[in-house]
Structure formats: structure tokens, C-alpha cells
Ligand binder design. Structure first.
Ligand SMILES: Nc1ncnc2c1ncn2[C@@H]1O[C@H](COP(=O)(O)OP(=O)(O)O)[C@@H](O)[C@H]1O
Ligand SMILES: [Mg+2]
Length: 502
């Protein structure tokens, strides 16, 4: 969305501006006409409105505690914000539509002008306080209010809003209650509206659940009352500007260097790989890492519900499914995209997540010349991943006998990589498992790596173990030999075995 539109959406907060900004006309009634007060009273309310502001010093915290959060002072603040927003728009003038200015430059100059306006309001503030005021007004007018600092903080990976007073964040895999809060349920709803209207969706009583995406790719889910009982709820999975790489996963202990070497060889040898794990265990991240092992020059088609994968190769076609519109028409499913992708001459198909009947089409593609395909399923063990795939294939509605489905799975899938989020918050690959074949009615699996839980935990509860080779040399290594891919001997070497088998 252009800055000009953003500002008009932001201006929609003020009832007077509603006519100029029809997109925001659905917004809940904004701030009541604010009594023109001395801006001094606005200061304590700023601290009170967002005690989490990083710049908030001890002095302000005390001020916030001492001055009750009166509706009068919040009126003064919203009055000030409204005035500043209006003035900003006037001053930006023609610049907003200047095609030579990039979005980043525009935002920067908007913030400069904002600083000037606040300066001219002659508020008696220290320079640090003034900066904070400019930042908060900027966040409210141009950004997402109290969420903005959290969105800008690269250490925060997930933001969960459970009503206006409770914003949880995830940092380094750990959840904590952040000090940030919205002024009111209305304020929260305004921010939700802003997010949702920017991607051309709407949220109201008739469609109270919405998925959206921020400009940077972060995924957003919003639920409003009456479905969300204790206030509107918002979940933001932040888009990693710099996605984790294989070396990061090794550094975190999620995979071992030997495992990385093996997985790299599996991808290069065109094995079909399924990443399995629960929600937030790092499936998409690992899928991205696996995809990075695909050699340049192969034509890759990625198919996702919401684009998350960030492939570095040149020859990539990215497809995204689409939900039905308000009249219930125009839905394009992952399955539709998958069928279509087969006509696009892919060398590799990467399906972000198999959650329905597309599993059947994917297995068929894997079995009919599109080997080297990658996907993820939601399951808690490699065995569970197989039964999950069975269930998903049944969802395709083809009425296939179970045995036929299992045969499809066993001949299509070569490797299952299992991710688990351990009690200590770390995400680890707990299994690398070869799909062997069928024995009677059963798909046979053979673990190549398993996580060593027996190593126990340290004083802080962190797991000391790492993924260890079982010593079994998987059959698919024959393919490596045919293709001239060599692995270092240490990959399958069980620690300590040297002494016994010199
Ligand atoms: N191995 C890892 N170690 C630490 N954090 C990780 C790891 N893998 C993923 N993450 C982080 O966990 C979050 C969820 O990852 P994601 O791959 O989207 O999970 P999933 O697809 O399983 O839901 C992201 O914020 C991501 O950056
Ligand atoms: Mg995912």
C-alpha cells in the first residue's frame, strides 16, 4: 500500500476524515473530538499507553504510575495525534505521489516532517521525550501502534495479542508477556482493520476470522469478538528477513554437520523428502534449507498457502493459493496449483505443507518422474507422518484401498525428517528416517539418525544430547554412488565404534 493510502487509512481514525477515506469507513468509531488541551497533559498518558516503549526511562515509569490513565489525558493524546496526522498529510502534499521517491524515502521524510510538527507544537519536553513522542505518533499514524516496535525488533519472532492488555511475544523460542498494550479494544480493532484493509480483506461480524500478510511477508491471523471472547485476538508469525541457513541450524544444534551433509546429498540425488513436525517446530525453515541445496539451473516450482519460502536460485516460480471471495467463489487450492504445476515443466516441486487431498497428487507426481520433490506434513513421528499421509490421501476422495495408498507412499517417499520442539524450547531434528518399502500391509521405516535423549539435561534444563547416527547405512546411498556423490565416512559413523572396529 502506498504511503498516501496509509495516511488516509490512518486518518480514518478521526470521524471527520472518514469521508476522505472510504476504505476505513468500517473502522470502529475513532477518538471522540478531543478537547484542545495543553499538550503537557499528553505526556503522562503516552507513558501510560505504552509502558513497554524501549526508551521509557525509570522517571517516566514513575510518572505513568503516579498519573492515573484518565480518559481526559488519552483524549488529549489522540487529539494531538489527530492534529499531527492531519498536518503531516498537508505538509507531505504532492510528495506523496512523486514516482521518483521510494517508499522508504517517503517514510523517512514523513518521519522528519513529523518531528518538525511535534517541535512546532511547543511541547516542553526533553529531546529524548520528544523523540519518543515522534516515534509513538509515527507508529500510530504510519505503522501499527504498540505492535510497531515489536515488529521492528528482529529478535521477536512471533507476536500474540490476546485482547488489548495482553501481548505475548516469542524470543529465542521462549514466550513472554511483553509490557506493550493497546489503549483500548477500539485501538486494537483499528490496528487490525489497518492490517486487513491493506491486503484488500475485511473483518467484521460476517467474516470475523481473517488471514492476512504484512508488507514484509509476516503472516497475520485475526479473530474478533464475539468469536474471540476476551477481546480481539491477533497472531503474527514474523517473516524472517534473513531466513535461517543450514549453518544456523547446525549452530543451534538442530541438525549435526553430518546430518547436513547427508541431507544435502539427498536433495542433490533427487530423493523425495518429507519434513514432519508439529506447529512451529521449524518445518518451513528446514524446507527452505533443504530447497537451498537444489542445484542452480533446475526449474523449481513452489506452492504455498502463503508465501514463506525464500529460494535463492534464479529459476523459481512461486505460486500461492487463494481463498474463496465473499460470495464463496474463486478459490484456488494447493491441489489446483499442484495439478497445474505439472504442466509447467518443473524439475522440482516444493509444496509448503500438505494438509489435504493434494497429498495424493504430490505422491503421484513423486512417483511419475518429478522426483526430488519436497514437502512438509504435520505429524509427531516418522511413523505418524506415514499415517498422516494416508489420511490426507483419503481426503482426496478417490476411495482408494489402504494398501494401494501405502504402496504409493512407500514408493514415493524416500526420506522423512522429523522435527521436534523439545521442552527446553529448542527445535531439533529427532529422526532422519528412510522409507524402506512394504512388509505385508505395513510401510517399513529405518532410522538413520535419532536424537539422543539419554544424554539427559543440564542444570538449566537444556538437553545435552544431539542427533546420532544409528550406524545403519541407508539403501538410498546406492543412488549417491550412481551419481558420483560421495559422503565423508564420518556421516554414518557411530561415536566410539572406531575403537571396536578399527
Ligand atoms: N532450528 C531452529 N532453531 C530455532 N528457531 C527456529 C528453528 N527453526 C525455525 N525456527 C523459528 O521458529 C519459528 C517457526 O518456524 P517455522 O519454520 O515457520 O515452523 P513451522 O513451519 O513448523 O510452523 C520461526 O520463527 C523460525 O525462525
Ligand atoms: Mg510452516
Amino acid at each position: 500500500m502506498k504511503l498516501s493510502e496509509r495516511i488516509s487509512v490512518a486518518r480514518g481514525e478521526a470521524p471527520a476524515a472518514a469521508a476522505v477515506a472510504p476504505a476505513a469507513s468500517a473502522a470502529p468509531a475513532g477518538a471522540p473530538a478531543a478537547p484542545r488541551q495543553s499538550a503537557v497533559t499528553a505526556l503522562p498518558s503516552i507513558s501510560a499507553a505504552s509502558p513497554a516503549s524501549p526508551a521509557a526511562g525509570a522517571a517516566h515509569a514513575t510518572a505513568a504510575a503516579a498519573v492515573p490513565h484518565s480518559s481526559q489525558s488519552s483524549d488529549a493524546l489522540s487529539g494531538l495525534k489527530q492534529r499531527v496526522g492531519e498536518t503531516l498529510f498537508e505538509r507531505m502534499g504532492a510528495r506523496v505521489n512523486d514516482p521518483n521517491l521510494g517508499e522508504g524515502d517517503l517514510l523517512a521524510s514523513a518521519r522528519d516532517i513529523l518531528a518538525e510538527i511535534v517541535e512546532s507544537e511547543r511541547v516542553p519536553l526533553s529531546s529524548e521525550e520528544r523523540q519518543r513522542l515522534v516515534k509513538e505518533i509515527g507508529d500510530d499514524v504510519l505503522g501499527y501502534g504498540p505492535l510497531q516496535p515489536l515488529l521492528e525488533d528482529p529478535a521477536v519472532t512471533e507476536i500474540m495479542v490476546n485482547g488489548p492488555d495482553s501481548i505475548f511475544i516469542e524470543r529465542k523460542g521462549r514466550l513472554t508477556l511483553s509490557g506493550a498494550r493497546f489503549r483500548s479494544e477500539d485501538h486494537l480493532r483499528q490496528v487490525i482493520e489497518k492490517i486487513v484493509t491493506r491486503v484488500g480483506r475485511r473483518i467484521d461480524e460476517s467474516s470475523p476470522l481473517v488471514d492476512a500478510r504484512l508488507e514484509d511477508g509476516s503472516r497475520v491471523n485475526a479473530v474478533i469478538p464475539p468469536l474471540a471472547v476476551n477481546g480481539s485476538s491477533l497472531t503474527i508469525r514474523k517473516f524472517a528477513a534473513d531466513p535461517l541457513k543450514a549453518s544456523d541450524l547446525v549452530a543451534f544444534g538442530s541438525i549435526s554437520p553430518e546430518m547436513a551433509e547427508l541431507l544435502d546429498a539427498c536433495v542433490k540425488a533427487h530423493l523425495n523428502i518429507i519434513v514432519s513436525g508439529g506447529t512451529g517446530t521449524g518445518k518451513t525453515t528446514l524446507l527452505n534449507v533443504l530447497s537451498s541445496f537444489i542445484p542452480a539451473g533446475e526449474r523449481i516450482i513452489t506452492i504455498e498457502d502463503a508465501v514463506e519460502l525464500q529460494l535463492q536460485q534464479d529459476h523459481v516460480v512461486r505460486l500461492e493459493s487463494r481463498p474463496a471471495n465473499i460470495e464463496g467463489k474463486g478459490e484456488i487450492t494447493i491441489r489446483d496449483l499442484l495439478k497445474n504445476s505439472l504442466r509447467m515443466r518443473p524439475d522440482r516441486i516444493v509444496v509448503g505443507e500438505c494438509r489435504s487431498g493434494e497429498a495424493l497428487d504430490m505422491l503421484q507426481a513423486m512417483n511419475t518422474g518429478h522426483d526430488g520433490s519436497l514437502s512438509t506434513v504435520h505429524a509427531n513421528s516418522p511413523r505418524d507422518a506415514v499415517s498422516r499421509l494416508e489420511t490426507l490421501v483419503l481426503m482426496a476422495g478417490m476411495d482408494l484401498p489402504l494398501r494401494a495408498i501405502r504402496e504409493q507412499i512407500s514408493s514415493a517417499v524416500d526420506v522423512i525428517v522429523q522435527l521436534t520442539r523439545l521442552r527446553d524450547g529448542t527445535r531439533r531434528v529427532t529422526h532422519v528416517t528412510e522409507v524402506h518399502g512394504m512388509e505385508g500391509e505395513i510401510v517399513t521405516l529405518q532410522d538413520v539418525f535419532v536424537f539422543d535423549y539419554a544424554a539427559g539435561v543440564d542444570a538449566d534444563g537444556r538437553f545435552l544430547g544431539k542427533p546420532r547416527p544409528t550406524g545403519v547405512r541407508p539403501r538410498f546411498t546406492d543412488r549417491f554412488d550412481d551419481l558420483g556423490i560421495t559422503l565423508s565416512p564420518r556421516v554414518f559413523e557411530v561415536e566410539g565404534s572406531r575403537t571396536w572396529n578399527p
